[in-house]
Write a protein that binds this ligand. Structure first.
Ligand code: HDE
Length: 751
């Protein structure tokens, strides 16, 4: 097993961290990672900038990493020092007056070490506290100059470095990755005209329409304040109390109760900018735009029972998956799509494009693919990069502008404000991960933790003593789109915002029956956890406005009658939409093939080693991640006397961590496995979670022991179950791989 695993590809951008090189100390205190050209990195194309500030930092190569080299520290082959650089002779014993005496106050080495430790934590993000991030690049498919002057779209093939952080919303920093929750999808573009942050989510709409309500929403979903429970879960009274009293939430609830909220991987999620933004070209002409990220790996999710169990088996499941995929050279990739439309067009939509609870159906405005994003390097340090990165919706660049969406307008304030307490002051832009790759020059000065050493006596404008510098960039600089506004100052919202249900209905009715069933089950589960019956009833009254079949199913699940629907907030005509297949997760299969799918191959004494080795090699060749799973770690003697290494024990690697299972031939092996409850549970759960199962020769016996049905209840063949004989396993293996590529056989679902 280990020999085969050694064939696995590794991240060519980090050669120092593998094999012999990892054990060889680097010379110098600050080690410079090998250049991408030297390592054969795929991201080594250098594209020179043609914009303001061009010519200085080349963009593209090993994105955003070269500028960070100046702060990368590597202590290999170096002696220990204090923070003042004083060599330390003994860092393990405090200074005492006699070996059994009191510790000396003068022990500055002890005091420095402890004091630093005492201050190691910073406040976690008030939302999106738990996240994982990676470096990569964005590459434009074409020159979009006709619609925007934004730097990343300036030329076909142009590459812009990015840093991307994925997150859950409600849980604290140490909570599980597997919560039913929205996922953050925040992209920082280090462009040659400054940083642009596209701070989006994996769901294209939001819970509320106005920033004024955000603290209420977050207080409702976070652990209840009297006892601090539950962690990372919306299934509790305060969330559903708020929801049932906020009909504008209806559309978002459909998405959050769907499998979108339990992704299989960050690599298999869509991303959305949510709000309507503006694009502005060099002539100052503007159109509106929605941003879409579509994963090449397809959109895949977990099933709820699986998510619950992974929380125990590996609460870092998504973090690990992203990390391992990048280390293995399986760089995740998304295409960026734009929905571009004019103001005149938007007036015909029947909903308001400033309302973040509405999406624009792809049938109305098609999504135009304009580039791709590849994540090809893991951070070197979680705190310095993933924790300290500061995304701000206010970070936009020439060519991009805001719309008047009242949710977006509030965010423009919030993100900068929150960094002041989280990162400790107004100079967080100087933290290396946040620093733009272009030079920053202005007259802002001083403040906590200032890094720059500004020269000269001029820190004001206008000035003559500094020759008027830094001078304004004029037409090359950011200019707000001069939208004409002449209105009364009022608190309120536009009439079209009051249609809360038509798009909720659109979403639900665009789902396949399997997805609809999962939505109903999720409502049932969450509302079952709610203790106050009146809240359950009020939620049913809200759902009664969405879809009759849905509310009937949820009511039945809760043992309640369907109540009268909540009164509507408007009697204006409501748009009717034909179903939009692009809203279904299952509609976006993505790349076909088994790349990055995790497959458990059961091994025990007496297994057919030749069969195991050939299947393992075949799966590795196709980019899958097979693992030899057995009763205990150690050596297993196969039927022909060969010796295999068990890579993962059944106890440490339960079913929920794998996308498929193979039980090879070998009567003695199957007998040994059948005596282990973990193996029986494994097979049963693979079946229950609709995953592909391949049994060969005597391996079929394990299905019998686990009482797994070999056909569907109506007698037809199970499209995810493959039973092959020991001498000619190829056809069954091919069927298994096809099913693995298709992910799950939902027809057998019994939950
Ligand atoms: Fe956020 N949000 N948000 N949000 N949000 C934050 O900023 C806020 C909203 C999103 O990986 C905070 O740096 C308000 C929509 C992501 O670091 C804070 C409102 C969308 C991340 C904040 C919203 C998002 C955040 C907390 C309503 C999708 C994580 C820490 C007006 C389009 C970014 C921080 C990362 C983080 C405020 C609504 C996405 C407090 C006031 C809509 C992906 O500033």
């Amino acid at each position: 097993g280990q020999e085969l695993a050694a064939d696995m590809p590794f991240n060519p951008n980090k050669p120092d961290e593998y094999g012999e090189a990892a054990r060889t100390p680097q010379p110098g205190a600050t080690a410079k990672p090998a250049s991408p050209a030297a390592t054969g990195s795929t991201s080594s194309e250098i594209v020179q900038s043609d914009k303001v500030g061009s010519g200085q930092p080349p963009i593209g190569a090993n994105p955003a990493n070269d500028p960070l080299d100046r702060v990368r520290v590597d202590a290999s082959d170096r002696h220990l020092t204090t923070n003042q650089g004083v060599p330390v002779a003994d860092n393990q014993h405090s200074l005492k007056i006699g070996l059994r005496g009191p510790t000396a106050m003068e022990d500055f080495i002890l005091r420095e070490k402890i004091t630093h430790f005492d201050h190691e934590r910073i406040p976690e993000r008030v939302v999106h506290a738990r996240g994982s991030a990676a470096h990569g690049f964005f590459e434009a498919y074409e020159d979009l100059g006709a619609i925007t002057r934004a730097a990343p779209f300036a030329a076909k093939g142009k590459r812009t470095p990015v840093f991307v952080r994925f997150s859950t919303v409600a849980g604290e920093r140490g909570s599980t990755d597997l919560a039913r929750d929205v996922r953050g999808f925040a992209v920082k573009f280090y462009t040659d005209e400054g940083n642009w942050d596209l701070v989006g989510n994996n769901i294209p709409v939001f819970f509320i329409q106005d920033a004024m309500k955000f603290p209420d929403l977050v207080h409702a979903v976070k652990p209840e304040p009297h006892h601090g429970m539950p962690q990372a879960a919306s299934a509790h009274d305060t969330f559903w109390d708020f929801a049932s009293l906020s009909p504008e939430i209806a559309h978002m609830l459909m998405w959050v109760m769907s499998d979108r909220a339990i992704p299989r991987s960050y690599r298999t999620m869509q991303g959305f900018g949510v709000h309507t933004f503006r694009l502005v070209n060099a002539q100052g002409e503007s159109q509106f735009c929605k941003f879409h990220w579509t994963p090449l790996a397809g959109t895949h999710s977990l099933v709820w029972d699986e998510a619950v169990k992974i929380s125990g088996a590996d609460p870092d499941f998504h973090r690990r998956d992203l990390w391992e995929a990048i280390e293995a050279g399986n760089f995740p990739e998304w295409e960026l799509g734009l929905q571009v439309f004019t103001e005149a067009q938007s007036e015909t939509f029947g909903f308001d494009i400033l309302d973040a609870t509405k999406l624009i159906p792809e049938e109305l405005v098609p999504v135009q693919k304009v580039g791709r994003m590849v994540l090809d390097r893991n951070p070197d340090n979680f705190f310095a990069e993933t924790e300290q990165v500061a995304f701000c919706t206010a970070h936009i660049i020439p060519g991009i502008d805001f719309s008047n969406d009242p949710l977006l307008q509030g965010r423009i304030h919030s993100y900068l404000d929150t960094q002041l307490s989280r990162l400790g002051g107004p100079n967080f832009h100087e933290i290396p991960i946040n620093a733009p790759i272009v030079q920053v020059q202005n007259n802002q000065r001083d403040g906590m933790h200032r890094q720059a050493i500004h020269r000269g006596r001029v820190s004001y404008e206008p000035n003559s003593l500094g020759g008027g510098c830094p001078f304004q960039a004029g037409s090359k600089g950011f200019t707000s789109f001069p939208e004409r506004v002449a209105e009364d100052k009022v608190r309120g919202k536009p009439e079209l915002f009051a249609d809360h249900y038509s798009q909720a209905r659109l979403f639900y009715q665009s789902q396949t029956p399997v997805e609809q069933a999962h939505i109903a089950n999720a409502f049932r589960f969450e509302l079952t956890r709610v203790q106050t019956v009146a809240i359950r009833v009020r939620m049913l009254a809200l759902l009664a406005n969405v879809d009759d079949a849905l509310v009937a199913k949820v009511a039945e699940g809760l043992g309640l009658e369907v109540p009268d629907p909540l009164p509507l907030a408007t009697d204006a005509p409501i748009p009717e939409y034909p179903p939009s297949p692009s809203l279904s997760l299952l509609a976006r299969a993505g790349i076909t093939g088994v790349r990055t799918r995790r497959v458990a191959i059961f091994v025990a004494p007496g297994v057919d080693a030749a069969m195991v080795q050939s299947i393992y090699a075949d799966l590795v060749k196709e980019g899958a991640v097979p693992r030899l799973v057995g009763n205990l770690l150690g050596k297993v003697k196969a039927a022909d006397g060969a010796v295999l290494d068990v890579e993962v024990s059944l106890e440490a690697g339960p079913s929920v961590l794998y996308d498929g299972v193979i039980v090879p031939d070998g009567a003695a092996a199957v007998e040994a496995l059948a005596r282990n409850a973990h193996a029986i549970d494994f097979v049963r759960e693979q079946y229950r979670h609709c995953k592909p199962i391949l049994v060969l020769g005597a391996g079929e016996g394990l299905l019998d022991k686990a009482m797994v049905p070999k056909a569907l209840p109506d007698g037809s063949a199970d499209p995810g179950l493959f039973i092959g004989n020991a001498t000619t396993p190829d056809a069954a293996l091919d069927g298994f791989k096809l099913a693995l590529a298709g992910h799950r056989a939902f027809v057998r679902e019994t939950d």
